[in-house]
Design a protein around this ligand. Structure first.
Ligand SMILES: [Zn+2]
Length: 607
């Protein structure tokens, strides 16, 4: 057994190739958008947007554009040009990015809100366009989809027609969009704000709950449950209001979906992700059967390793040694080596983003937390990080850059209607680059670090695959129970959550009734079945990474995948990459690597 107090080695990565030097600008350069918040171009761009929307509405509202193919083609072409006009999103994007750099920049948040109000009014004016297209009769839809001159718009129309079955009237759609902030957003913000403002006293210091939850990871094994109990006590109290939040937002979405005629609580999400319910069902079945058995086994192995009958909930991710420290300059060198190795233009994009100030690297007071990539047609791509020198930050850099490479390749290859992504393929691209980065580092570290990395990688995969499917199941049961029973109380929500936590944690983790109050702070449970995209994305990327490692010519297939944007259903995009998502074996195979890693981990920890 490796020593538990192993001194960490000084890891130095050796790049596999010689690359040109790169300059790094560590904060966003928003002059890529406007000179400053007083730039007169901002108002000019907003006015240009308003004018264009009004002109579009005026031109097409009264004109029958769905009865003649030529007229329809002209209307669609204009509509796509509007979708790709970089001027339309630039002012809002600029102030939003400013507010991310400094959440206390109240001028930015106010300007953003004013712009959104102005733009909502004009986008409402063109709402009729999609609704009118949706009213085309079934027989006529069939004919139009075969029309050669509309070939470019075929997939766009297919998606629109499929969605149109759930359209409501223009007046109803407007009311729903107006009320969504109150019916959903405000409720979720309320719970979130209470969580942010509640504190626990830990080691003599008052710590806000979100920070306290983060702090669990760095506590000693025996201290973890003590801190978690303090947090859970607070969560249980906040649950007195979160109960009403949950019941309100679930009833809101369920009654809306009912009016729209969706079959299952997750049907709208699946359609939005350009996915099929068949694939989702296969994914869930395989993860529930094979995946949950693997995670349960892992936690049993861990309990034995830590020499306890079972872990507490807060101890489930206890590390088995300190991970390697990697300064940002080294993180850049490793990522460049990986990106250039797959395809030089991926590395070049990274270099450009570093040099132009499109990556905001380090945490700062007031800067928004977490990490993200943001891309919109015709705009510079932006990545936000809160980089500290740990391995996880390096993985996050590779993850967000994976999103950026995906966005760039698709924007370069597709037209505005198709240059976005399904969340599922987006999470495939990001985790693919994470996977390749992991291997590049793994092959160069000493044996002890290898074991630590493998452990963290297994724990990370379980958090992405099994835990997210568990959240999906919990969310589904919350929706069904609230509708069936007329509501759920705080205690009932916690009991339900606990049952699902147990489903993937197994006997290796002993849950207490308080652990179920995690439902209060898990924001993903409020995001409409979004969770499954993580599991799906990671499973697909693990297949793609394995193929690339076995045959480097698969890089061309990867690039085709990255260029595909949202130009077809995701099952077709995966099929082009040689992956059949209509078969259970595909999802089972995708779990093989995790299965092997858990076996190896068990062997190595038993020695
Ligand atoms: Zn992501």
């Amino acid at each position: 057994m490796p020593s538990k107090n192993h001194k960490k080695s000084n890891f130095k990565y050796t790049p596999r190739q010689v690359l040109p030097p790169v300059t790094i600008q560590e904060t966003w350069n928003l002059a890529l958008y406007y000179q400053n918040d007083q730039d007169p171009q901002i108002e000019k761009d907003i006015v240009a947007t308003e004018t264009a929307y009004r002109a579009f509405a005026k031109k097409w509202r009264k004109k029958p554009f769905t009865t003649d193919v030529k007229v329809l083609l002209a209307a669609l072409t204009e509509s796509e040009q509007m979708a790709g006009n970089p001027v339309f999103v630039r002012p809002g994007r600029y102030f939003w990015l400013r507010s991310c750099m400094d959440t206390k920049d109240t001028n930015a948040t106010k300007q953003l809100s004013l712009i959104q109000n102005r733009l909502r009014k004009v986008t409402d004016e063109v709402l009729f366009f999609g609704l009118e297209l949706g009213k085309i009769s079934k027989a006529e839809q069939k004919r139009l989809l075969k029309e050669p001159s509309l070939a470019h718009y075929q997939y766009y129309l297919e998606c629109l027609f499929a969605g149109a079955q759930h359209h409501l009237s223009e007046a109803e759609e407007k009311i729903i969009s107006l009320k969504s902030r109150q019916a959903y957003g405000r409720w979720v913000d309320m719970t979130d704000k209470i969580i942010t403002e509640r504190h626990v006293t830990w080691k003599g210091k008052s710590v806000a709950l979100p920070e306290a939850i983060e702090l669990i990871n760095v506590q000693k094994f025996a201290d973890k449950p003590k801190l978690w109990n303090l947090i859970a006590t607070e969560l249980k109290q906040i649950g007195e209001v979160a109960e009403h939040e949950m019941n309100a937002i679930v009833t809101d979405v369920r009654t809306e979906d009912e009016r729209r005629g969706y079959k299952h609580p997750y049907s709208a999400t699946v359609q939005n992700y350009q996915d099929t319910e068949e694939s989702l069902n296969l994914l869930r079945k395989v993860v529930e059967e094979k995946g949950f058995a693997l995670s349960r086994k892992f936690y049993e192995i861990k309990a034995a390793y830590h020499d306890v009958p079972h872990l507490d909930y807060s101890q489930r991710n206890e590390s088995i040694g300190e991970a390697t420290k990697i300064p940002f300059a080294d993180a850049v060198a490793i990522c460049r080596d990986v990106f250039y190795d797959v395809r030089p233009e991926y590395g070049e994009l990274f270099d450009t983003m570093l040099a132009q100030g499109q990556i905001d690297v380090f945490p700062r007071t007031g800067k928004t937390g977490g990490a993200f990539m943001s891309a919109q047609s015709g705009q510079p791509i932006n990545v936000l990080l809160n980089h500290i020198t740990d391995f996880k930050s390096l993985e996050t850099l590779a993850h967000e850059m994976g999103h950026a490479i995906h966005a760039k390749r698709s924007m370069d290859s597709q037209t505005p209607f198709y240059d976005g992504h399904s969340t599922v393929t987006a999470e495939t691209a990001s985790t693919l680059f994470e996977n390749l980065l992991f291997d590049a580092v793994y092959t160069q570290v000493d044996d002890h670090t290898k074991l630590v990395m493998m452990h963290d990688n297994i724990a990370g995969s379980i958090a992405t695959i099994q835990r997210q499917i568990m959240f999906f199941n919990a969310e589904l049961e919350i929706h069904e129970s609230i509708m069936r029973e007329g509501g759920l109380t705080n205690a009932e929500l916690a009991t339900l959550m606990n049952k699902h936590l147990a489903s993937y944690l197994g006997k290796g983790v002993k849950l207490t009734p308080e652990d179920g109050y995690t439902y209060v702070y898990v924001s993903h449970l409020r995001m409409g079945f979004y969770t499954y995209s993580y599991a799906y994305g990671l499973l697909m990327s693990s297949i793609m990474a394995n193929r690339f490692k076995a045959d480097r010519s698969y890089a061309d297939t990867i690039d085709r995948f990255l260029c595909a944007g949202e130009s077809k259903l995701i099952k077709a995009i995966y099929k082009d990459a040689g992956i059949d998502t209509s078969k259970a074996e595909t999802f089972e195979t995708a779990l093989t690597k995790l299965e092997q890693d858990i076996k190896t981990f068990q062997k190595l920890t038993k020695k």
